[in-house]
Design a binder for this molecule. Sequence first.
Ligand code: ADP
Ligand code: MG
Length: 408
Amino acid sequence: MKILVQKFGGTSLNTAESRRRVADIIRAHRDEGYAVAVVVSAIGRRHDPYATDTLLDFLKSVNPDNSPREQDMMLACGEIISGVILSAQLSAFGIDSKFFTGAQAGVHTDGNFGAAHIRNVAPRAVMECLQEGRVAVVAGFQGVSGDGELTTLGRGGSDTTAAALAVALNAECIDIFTDVDGVMTADPRIVKDARLIDALTYNEICQLAREGAKIVHPRAVEIAMQKGVPLRVRSTFSDSRGTMVSDRWESGAEEVTIRRDRLIAGITHTTQISRIRVEKPVEDTRGEAELKVFKSMAQAGISVDFINVQPEAILYTVAAESAHRAAGILREQGMEPQIEADCAKVAIVGAAMTGIPGVMARVVEAFHEQGIPILQSGDSYTNIWCLVKREYMEQAVMALHAKFQLAD
Ligand code: ADP
Ligand code: MG
């Protein structure tokens, strides 16, 4: 049995018209001889009635401080609604299907509410459904812990469910259906001439996803990569071929093309970042201050990024939602943190940037030409990232996209 796992995001299910398209897509693949397991996200975006954020807002309006256990049950409702609706829609179109919650589909996680990790997938029930010739519709983003509690996987969790299920079912391919044509050289909402990337290596898409290209969750890519299941990112609304992610060698009759990572695959951005700066006392030459700062952040479970320890100051970023708490903790320890709120991180992401001279020079040139101040920068083998004020973010992404001629 050739199996396909197809994941449909929130915007693919929110109108009768789009649900019809989804049903047509599923039908077309069944006609090609595939057994199809479908993974769904909740329907719509914040303010749509059954979207995850709407459900969360509702719960918080009753009580802002809920137990993570109850909150997870609320959050998980979105995917249950959307899965039941899609299943009903498929039946109405004469496609026999069965709906599964995460637990029913055998998605077993740890007990970390709100950000659970999938431990294993036991896909027996889903497999039986496929063997009966039916479509299996599975609620994404949720699972069950060892002690039987319902858990959710965190943002982008449905992508992860799809990848884990595909690996467990030994699927031929994972299709991530969304509202854009595929992975582009930058977010098309920001860069109008962003180009569709028709093929990527796992390494490249993983870097893009980790640096903020929210089109697919990095964890999903990691899982697909472990078993080498090919992954396609495609649009529900167009017939574009999308982006193919695979490390398989393309072999013709006489030669094999070995894929190589590009110098630069794309530009990414992340918002809702605050930068913290703490001055170091002149007499502190043994690193007492950084010890205090990073130990206290660790104890409070606040994750830190963009760390830059200088002789006179310590700089780092935290998620905007943790900034207030972080500052309070530092003040309790007698420090005087300065908070730069509303920052954004813009990155150029490649996978083969190592040792290529002149990349940073072009980054700096792009910012200089636009008069965008760089608050901080950093780099790795695969990325160069810059911290800017949020108001410059779009401009910075566009400038880098143009400077590296990614539209051509
Ligand atoms: P879904 O609900 O289908 O999972 P998401 O909102 O999670 O959809 O992801 C799709 C969105 O990702 C697109 O609408 C697009 O604005 C955004 N995006 C960010 N970076 C990129 C990129 N490099 N290529 C394509 N889309 C991107
Ligand atoms: Mg998504």
